[in-house]
Design a protein around this ligand. Sequence first.
Ligand SMILES: [Zn+2]
Length: 245
Amino acid sequence: MSDKPSEAAPVDKEDNWGYDLYPERRGEAARAKWWQIALFGAGQTNVEKTTCERNVYNCFENSPLVKLMYSALKASGCEIDLRRHIACEVCDVSVSGGYDPKLNQIVVCQNVVRNKGIIQGILTHEMIHMFDACRHQLDFKNIHHLACTEIRAANLTHCSFMSAMFQGDASPFRIRKQHAECVRVKALGSVMAVRPDVTKEEALAAIDKVFTKCYNDLEPIGRRIRRNSADMIRAYEEKGNYGYE
Ligand SMILES: [Zn+2]
């Protein structure tokens, strides 16, 4: 779901998927704000879309993680069709990407992210939600299901990339503790961005309830990726061991 905690105002409780954050999801193109038109001209949106689509395509060609997730999805019977399942769209500036469970579509926010490395992170994160939806019949309205898939996405992507920054001369035990805490905090932000109707306490309770089980479920990447390490490539090369080709 959403990649950044947002300050979105609580909307309709029953059917809130955070869609208010994705204006194009409602079938109408987002209108440029006056200052955007003044600064860039209205054509800017189309340029952004083309750039975003090119970056997405590039990740599917070159990123070991995205390729691994692609293989895993395919092996699970949920092959990705770039045109059908990935959409570059204009979003609220508080989010960078998301997964739309109703349409089984990944949204990349063309106006927010322009960096290929970040797009790789978003795609991998959202593809983990897609994988969970494919393999585990995830019910995104169930707070425990949502918490679990957000823990897994944070664990396998965001916090693993971040962990090297904290390492320094810390003991392995401290690193492990910090990594788990990173996952907890990141998952909390994601759950709350998708479910503004849920309090922080309720979200944390749901996360803690499923934490151990979901934190230790490393499918389909098989390891926590460390930044600047060969893990990413190793995981991709070992994909055959997990039955993904
Ligand atoms: Zn997410």
